[in-house]
Design a protein around this ligand. Structure first.
Ligand code: GLU
Length: 504
């Protein structure tokens, strides 16, 4: 195989959908597996759809996800520029070449004229399509003398340049995921390649750039499959080698019915964007995985499996394992159902793997917002104890607040259940016992209290349950002795006294 060069070619028309991130990831994995290059190309030929900030968003997303590009904006690899608006001067020559070779033509039909054609077709129960069947009767250079054409061009009349689709040809194509595809050129229309404003359309720019950038494999979303016949025809018209194509399956709604959209995320309460996005047009904010507290490793692992597996039951993959195992032929043909719960499951897993220092640092910030200042060592001890129950760092407070402050009230249901008539007197007795314990370490405290309970001839629950209620305010939380040891003897006793005063 020649050198593998793949590209991710988003249009900066808004935030990158999670499906776009998967496309970038699969391109990256494929490139790295084959010691190839992963290129970022910004396809901004349609200036009317350009959205401020979208390009930065794309780059920030790739950085956050850990899928860096080898070449792209700001990283020249000898094939730049990598932004199509900066390549404007390149395309004209190629479209001229197609015109010279009778593979493209000028069309002068106005918007109204085309609209009219559309209406006529509709009345006849058909759909207007500018192509081999009707182009000989429309207003284009195929039906004009060269003088006529020259006069129009000299008069600077508005035009577009259309591809001249072959009238009757069977196009044979190959997709690395879907296999062999055949299309009759008759069903195709003459797509616009270039506009009189000097800008190419997506189709022309995309093919010219893929050729000039020596792209070996085009890995992109299934929504581009209908463009494949045109793209292959363009390569042929230029006489260029056709790269290999792989069209990735759609990402479907959790219900499996239809394509995953931003609306699904809003309705079902999960982000469909990697990073939070503030729409510059109306200030609306869309949630992002980063801001919701997801770790990039979890998002990437989830995305990798959305349409691919390695043929085994393995579900956790780090980046280097993914690179090693990734194979285009193992990408599924059918759409992949998005499962927000599965994403949380990956997140839970990777939170457990995350370096404790990182979690401590993040939790320290949350505590600082609450004006709680404790040592890093104390936070670490708490984090180690509760992390297994957490999915996000933002769960930490809910799972551990009683390590930092005393309960001010008690859960009514639990109180009714565990605080019996004699609980206050037993808790008073327990306070007496605790006062005599000098070594308040977890193991010693546990030994001493348990032995004491036995000598009183009591069931453990009789003491342990009200004790938990006093320390936590409810019947939940980690080992009671761990909490008592962490907050220390004085605070443990103070909480017991507060419970006695308030629960009797
Ligand atoms: N600019 C197209 C997009 O936004 C690129 C499609 C392709 O990869 O060819 O997805």
């Amino acid at each position: 195989m020649d050198k593998v060069r793949v590209r991710f070619a988003p249009s900066p028309t808004g935030p990158l959908h999670i499906g776009g991130v998967r496309t970038a990831l699969y391109n990256y994995l494929f490139a790295k597996k084959h010691d190839g290059d992963f290129i970022l190309r910004i396809e901004d030929t349609d200036q009317t759809r350009y959205v401020e900030g979208a390009e930065d968003y794309i780059i920030e997303t790739l950085n956050w996800c850990g899928i860096p590009y080898d070449e792209g904006p700001g990283k020249d690899g000898g094939f730049g520029p990598y932004r199509q608006s900066d390549r404007k001067s390149i395309y004209e020559k190629y479209v001229d070449e197609l015109i010279q070779n009778n593979k493209a033509y000028y069309a002068f039909d106005s918007t109204e004229e085309l609209e009219n054609q559309r209406k006529i077709a509709e009345k006849e129960g058909s759909k207007f399509s500018y192509g081999p069947k009707n182009r000989h009767e429309l207003k284009n250079s195929l039906n004009m003398s060269s003088d006529e054409l020259k006069a129009k061009l000299d008069a600077e009349e508005d035009y577009v340049i259309r591809f001249k689709t072959s009238a009757s040809e069977t196009l044979f194509m190959q997709d690395e995921i879907r296999g062999h595809i055949e299309v009759d050129s008759e069903v195709l229309d003459d797509k616009i390649l270039f506009k009189s404003d000097g800008m190419p359309t997506y189709h022309l720019a995309n093919i010219v750039d893929d050729h000039l950038m020596e792209i070996s494999h085009v890995i992109r979303g299934e929504e581009w499959l209908p463009s494949l016949p045109l793209h292959v025809s363009l390569y042929k018209a230029f006489g260029w080698e056709v790269p290999k194509f792989a069209h990735l399956p759609l990402i479907l709604k959790p219900s499996g019915k239809g394509k995953l959209s931003k609306r699904d995320g809003d309705q079902l309460g999960f982000p469909v964007f990697p990073l939070e996005w503030k729409d510059p047009a109306n200030g609306n904010v869309s949630a992002g995985y980063r801001e919701e507290g997801y770790l990039p490793k979890a998002v990437i692992n989830m995305l990798a499996l959305l349409g691919w597996n390695d043929g085994t039951d393995q579900e956790f993959f780090n980046m280097s394992e993914m690179i090693e195992k990734f194979e285009v032929k193992r990408i599924h043909k059918s759409g992949a159902k998005f499962d927000p719960e599965k994403t949380k499951w990956f997140q839970q897993h990777y939170l457990q793997q995350a370096p404790v220092e990182k979690l401590v640092k993040e939790f320290k910030n949350i505590l600082a917002e609450k004006s709680i200042e404790v040592s890093l060592q104390y936070i670490e001890e708490v984090v180690k104890t509760i992390r297994e129950r957490a999915t996000f760092v933002s769960d930490f407070w809910e799972l551990s607040w009683f390590y930092f402050e005393a309960p001010k009230e008690f859960d009514a249901k639990s109180s009714k259940k565990v605080w019996k008539k004699d609980s206050s007197s037993w808790m008073r007795a327990l306070i007496g016992k605790l006062q005599s314990v000098d070594d308040f370490s977890q193991t010693n405290l546990q030994d001493e209290v348990k032995t004491w309970i036995k000598t009183q001839d009591l069931g453990f629950g009789k003491i342990m349950q009200p004790l938990r209620l006093a320390l936590v305010g409810a019947m939940r939380g980690p080992d009671v002795f761990h909490i008592a040891t962490s907050i220390g003897k004085d605070k443990t006793i103070a909480r017991l006294e507060f419970a006695i005063d308030n629960l009797d």
